[in-house]
Structure formats: structure tokens, C-alpha cells
Design a protein around this ligand. Structure first.
Ligand code: ADP
Ligand code: DP6
Ligand code: CO
Length: 363
């Protein structure tokens, strides 16, 4: 059994980056298990810029499970946190530290309580996929603490039950979340398509249009779309399956113009589905639309797409450039249209992935 004293504490810390979908997940076929209506593909960003850092601790002196997010206590009573904790406790392993006189049996994890403290180094719930970094990090750090022996693919099925997009953040590089067929969700897992060294001259610019919390969470937004949009069915059944194949090929061949064309088209169709929802959901604002126009004009001028844009459930732009030179040129253009100090406009840029070119502090 456990050590005699109640004085010990075990801790683990992990950091997980956010990921940005280039073929979007939008819509669930099972709300409780978080099973999607289509496959999705994402790029995992550089953890130095957009990531969650989570420290988890266990001690016999803890009286209940507790969690703090960005320094404020939050409730763990929601089904998603409970599902992740239950799945991890079911897979927890035994742990022994003879020096400290600690021995934890597998079944002890059902009675031991955990404390979780997490910080995001970027805006939470603003459409930059904080739920992805957050739940990937939560599951990974708890799995370490609880000595869970499962591989990343199994952990991805647990992270998925915290937030769908989180399953993709367990891997770096390019990642596909396969929707799966099983009712249990056992095959709805993340698969790494290529690791972070593949196509590492890509440069990602995150342009923070607003760090305010969005009005419609991804969870409720996509529920409303499934209930009211007819376009979403066409998207999930007809459009996405072929885009997934084309995107996998573009990534494999480092074919930037196909990658850019598919990424922009998919972002636009996702926002079209939002507009096709009743009442319509408007995640992008005027600044987002201006960024689209600037990039579209830029690409038309070049003849073939040299820059891609994508917007998640919020107004913030994620721009992908094929290399540092193009990223620099585009950044200069953006700074010309959106000088950093002005109010209510583009206020900060973060460059991610391997190449850090330029950075303003987040608001
Ligand atoms: P986003 O676009 O930022 O992903 P969502 O609406 O999808 O916004 O999710 C935001 C929610 O994700 C938060 O309200 C919180 O419940 C959860 N979340 C965000 N960051 C973390 C974190 N670091 N650890 C655990 N949960 C988190
Ligand atoms: C637009 O994963 O945040 O970012 O599964 O309900 O937690 P829940 O939703 P979430 O949705 C992400 C939607 C998206 C597209 C994507 O990341 O694929
Ligand atoms: Co999210």
C-alpha cells in the first residue's frame, strides 16, 4: 500500500503546443465520446510560442481533485475532465520510490486525488485552439504522473474526450485525426503523417486580431451547425474525404501551391458552414476579411498561391508561408496595413514553427 505518512507529493510537468487545422474538424456524430463527422489534418505549432504548460500533483493529503487554469481555480465537474480522469485512472500503473517509502498500487489511483495547474502562453478560448494544447497537456502530464504505459495513439483517444482537436496535439509535425467507425471511438485516433523535421522551411505567422474570448465556443458552435446547416453534410460526406487525400499528397510531396489552395478553401468552407448555421455564427471580423483580401491579392499577383491563410473558430489569422523570405515579405505587407500600435486592429503577430522571424508581445 502507500507510504505510511501523508506528507509525500509526486509531481509531473509537461508542455504541449497548439495545433492549427488545415482541413477542419467541425461537427460531432457522438457528443459524449467526441467522435467527429469527418477526418481532419493539422500542423502542430512550435511550443515556444503557443503552448500549455501543466503541472499535476498527487498526494494522500489532497482531499479532492482540483484544477487551476491561468492561476484561477476552475471546476473539474464537467464531463470532459471527468472522462479524461476516469480513462487515465483505469490505465494507471503502480509506482514505487523506495527512498521516499512511497508505493502506489494500481487501484490506489481511484482514491488518490490530483491537483492540476495549467498556464497557456497565449489567449484562452479566443480561437487559437487552447482546448487542443490544454487537454493534450493535461492527458500527457497525468499519464506520466500515473505511470500509464499506453502509447501516444492510445493517449490521443483520451485527449479526444477532453476536446476533439486535442488528440492531434500529442504529435508534432503534420497530424491526421481519423474519424473512425467504431461506436466505442477506439479507432478515432490521431496519426502522425510526417514529423516536425518534414517540410521544416514552412513558416507560420499567427496574427492575433483579438485575444478576447469568443462568444460561441467551438463545442456549441459545431452542435448548432450539425443541427441546422445542410451544407455541413455535403462538406463532411463529399468535400472533406477527397480534400483529405489531396492534402496528404500535398504534404508528402511538399507541394506548396496545392497545400495553400486546399488550406484556404477549407477555412472558407468551414466559415461558410458557420454562416449556414441558424442563427448564423460569425467568427471572423472585418480585420479577418481584410487579411483574406490581402493574401488573395498577393497570391493572384504571384500567379500561384505562395501564402495560405486559415481561421479557426475566432477572428485570428494563421498564415503559412513556404519559406522565411516569403514570410518576411508578407509580414512587411501586414505591418504596412496594420501598424501594431493602433487600437482595434491587428495588434500582434507571433511567428511559429522552426523559424522565428519577428514577434510582438501578445496584448
Ligand atoms: P479555443 O479556440 O481556445 O480552443 P474552445 O472554446 O475550444 O476555445 O475551448 C476553450 C476551453 O478549453 C476553456 O474554456 C477550457 O475549458 C479549456 N482549456 C483551455 N486551456 C486549457 C488548459 N491549459 N488546460 C485545460 N483546459 C483548457
Ligand atoms: C475550428 O476541438 O475546440 O478549431 O471537440 O468540442 O472541444 P470540442 O471542439 P474543438 O474544435 C475545434 C474546431 C476548429 C477546427 C479544428 O481544430 O479542427
Ligand atoms: Co478548441
Amino acid at each position: 500500500m502507500m507510504g505510511e505518512s501523508k506528507n509525500w507529493i509526486l509531481m509531473a510537468t509537461a508542455r504541449a503546443p497548439t495545433n492549427i487545422a488545415v482541413i477542419k474538424y467541425w461537427g460531432k456524430r457522438d457528443e459524449a465520446l467526441i467522435l467527429p463527422i469527418n477526418d481532419s489534418i493539422s500542423v502542430t505549432l512550435d511550443p515556444d510560442h503557443l503552448s500549455a504548460t501543466t503541472t499535476v500533483a498527487v498526494s494522500p493529503s489532497f482531499e479532492k481533485d482540483r484544477m487551476w487554469l491561468n492561476g484561477k481555480e476552475v471546476s473539474l465537474s464537467g464531463g470532459r475532465y471527468q472522462n479524461c480522469l476516469r480513462e487515465l485512472r483505469n490505465r494507471a500503473g503502480e509506482y514505487t520510490d523506495e527512498n521516499k517509502g512511497i508505493h502506489i498500487e494500481k487501484y490506489d489511483w481511484n482514491t488518490l486525488h490530483v491537483h492540476i495547474a495549467s498556464y497557456n502562453n497565449f489567449p484562452t478560448a479566443a480561437g487559437l485552439a487552447s482546448s487542443a494544447a490544454g487537454f493534450a497537456c493535461l492527458v500527457f502530464s497525468l499519464a506520466k504522473l500515473m505511470n500509464v504505459k499506453e502509447d501516444l495513439s492510445q493517449l490521443s483517444t483520451i485527449a479526444r474526450q477532453g476536446s476533439g482537436s486535442a488528440c492531434r496535439s500529442l504529435y508534432g509535425g503534420f497530424v491526421k485525426w481519423t474519424m473512425g467507425n467504431e461506436m466505442s471511438g477506439s479507432d478515432s485516433i490521431a496519426v502522425q503523417l510526417a514529423n516536425e523535421t518534414h517540410w521544416d522551411d514552412l513558416v507560420i505567422i499567427v496574427a492575433v486580431v483579438s485575444s478576447r474570448q469568443k462568444e460561441t465556443s467551438s463545442t456549441s458552435g459545431m452542435r448548432e451547425s450539425v443541427e441546422t446547416s445542410s451544407l455541413i453534410q455535403h462538406r463532411a460526406k463529399v468535400v472533406v474525404p477527397s480534400r483529405i487525400l489531396q492534402m496528404e499528397q500535398a504534404i508528402r510531396n511538399k507541394d506548396f501551391s496545392s497545400f495553400a489552395r486546399l488550406t484556404c478553401a477549407d477555412s472558407n468552407q468551414f466559415h461558410a458552414v458557420c454562416l449556414d448555421t441558424s442563427p448564423p455564427i460569425l467568427y471572423m471580423n472585418d480585420t479577418s476579411h481584410r487579411i483574406i483580401s490581402i493574401v488573395e491579392r498577393w497570391n493572384r499577383h504571384e500567379g500561384t498561391p505562395t501564402v495560405a491563410y486559415t481561421f479557426d473558430a475566432g477572428p485570428n489569422a494563421v498564415i503559412v508561408a513556404p519559406n522565411q523570405k516569403v514570410a518576411m515579405d508578407l509580414l512587411q505587407r501586414l505591418l504596412f496595413y496594420f501598424p501594431p500600435a493602433r487600437d482595434n486592429e491587428l495588434s500582434s503577430y507571433v511567428l511559429g514553427d522552426k523559424k522565428i522571424l519577428h514577434e510582438f508581445g501578445l496584448e
